[in-house]
Design a protein around this ligand. Structure first.
Ligand SMILES: Nc1nc2c(ncn2[C@@H]2O[C@H](COP(=O)(O)OP(=O)(O)OP(=O)(O)O)[C@@H](O)[C@H]2O)c(=O)[nH]1
Ligand SMILES: *[C@@H]1O[C@H](CO)[C@@H](O)[C@H](O)[C@H]1NC(C)=O
Ligand SMILES: [Mg+2]
Length: 363
């Protein structure tokens, strides 16, 4: 007969095994060092570029991210600014962030004119764009912002410790609960770039970006991935850019892609050509061209289940009611299939079947 003590010890050992060992293995299929350590979080952070005057706009956004997702995960949040953050900004934001909040000033050389830039030519470019009524066409700071988000945010000392990041802008909203960890999704599925909204760019802001990119590709053809997403960018085999891009105010992505050789060389080449200042190249088309050309297209992910709003456009998950996602915008508000959206191009480039409701008329 088995002794009582033997039975008790066996039962306890089994319970311990089930409680502590099985869940992590079951969860992702593979074990990784972080799951063996006590911190279940991914190597990841939120990141926000903001001015002190963006405080009102960012508070509600953070509250939403915490309520919809982060209160269960406690990821850190990095704030970057070209000036010192005010005490008020730091106190207000840090009190509602469940992870650690960190505040950094951007080094001068990442937010100023490189010496080879002709500032008069840049000023003329701004004047012309302003006269033409192009949004932010006359703004100098907007250009520094776009260049910074294109080439430098992932190099900031506070960002160096992290692999994955989730970019959050003031005055945006998460529209639905997020019941899983998108960072983990990227790592486990070997994804490098995640987006929610894709649309056309204003050609007036990037008149030479495509020809400069083609010039770069002819010097570095080895960077073009054989299984790329170039079809998302061009209807005529690469002669012309169709202006489709991912809206980079939302990104969940792998910063190591931007830190890698392909993107580093691409960004330096673009920066040399001066289009961030002479024209008004946005970080959205720049990131998008790089992701679509240098990544395996299987590494690009549409976060269909993440509801997101950056005025004036929203992405609302399909059939969210049936999926229990608790969204705050009705489904018909989704931008996905409207005329100015590039979602059809994305589906086609990824050989994805269009959802059946696309032909339904909402508007
Ligand atoms: N520190 C700092 N952040 C900036 C500056 N300009 C813009 N940002 C931030 O950069 C991001 C993009 O700026 P936005 O003004 O949202 O640009 P946008 O999304 O193209 O345009 P709207 O949202 O429609 O105004 C936001 O996170 C801003 O807070 C600036 O001069 N300094
Ligand atoms: C997190 O990622 C960064 C960038 O890849 C890396 O340098 C760092 O060592 C990673 N940290 C951990 C704990 O794995
Ligand atoms: Mg914005």
């Amino acid at each position: 007969m088995l002794s009582k003590r033997y039975v008790l010890v066996s039962v306890l050992a089994t319970i311990c095994f089930l409680l502590f060992l099985l869940p992590p293995m079951y969860d992702s299929g593979t074990l990784n060092p972080q799951q063996l350590s006590s911190d279940p979080r991914e190597n990841a952070t939120f990141v926000t570029l903001a001015r002190n005057s963006d405080l009102d706009g960012i508070m509600g956004t953070i509250r939403g991210v915490e309520d919809r997702f982060n209160h269960r995960y406690n990821y850190d949040w990095v704030f970057l600014n070209n000036e010192e953050f005010s005490d008020e900004f730091i106190k207000m934001t840090s009190q509602i962030i469940s992870g650690e909040a960190k505040y950094g000033v951007i080094p001068k050389e990442h937010w100023s004119y490189p010496d080879y830039i002709d500032k008069e030519k840049a000023a003329e470019g701004r004047k012309k764009m302003e006269e033409d009524g192009i949004i932010y066409g006359g703004s100098e700071s907007y250009r520094h912002m776009c260049r910074y988000e294109s080439g430098f945010f992932f190099q900031h000392p506070l960002m160096q410790d992290y692999r994955y990041y989730w970019r959050v802008e003031p005055d945006t909203l998460l529209l639905c609960d997020i019941n899983y960890d998108p960072f983990k999704y990227l790592r486990v599925n070997n994804k490098a770039y995640g987006f929610t909204i894709a649309l056309y760019e204003y050609m007036a802001t990037i008149p030479t970006l495509w020809e400069v990119t083609l010039k770069f590709l002819s010097s570095f053809p080895e960077y073009v991935h054989p299984h790329n997403l170039a079809k998302f960018l061009s209807e005529d085999g690469g002669q012309n850019y169709n202006r489709c891009h991912f809206w980079s105010n939302f990104e969940i992505a792998d910063a190591d892609f931007w830190r890698g050789d392909a993107y580093q060389n691409y960004f330096k080449f673009l920066d040399r050509m001066g289009g961030f200042f002479y024209e008004r190249w946005g970080d959205a088309p720049v990131h998008s061209l790089a992701a679509a050309l240098f990544l395996d297209r299987d590494q690009i992910h549409f976060f269909e289940d993440i509801g997101y709003y950056h005025p004036p456009y929203a992405h609302v998950p399909e059939n969210f009611l049936e999926r229990g996602l608790k969204c705050t915008f009705p489904e018909k508000r989704t931008f996905d299939w409207e005329g100015y959206s590039c979602m059809r191009h994305y589906y086609s480039a990824q050989d994805m079947e269009l959802p059946p409701q696309v032909d339904r008329i909402y508007w």
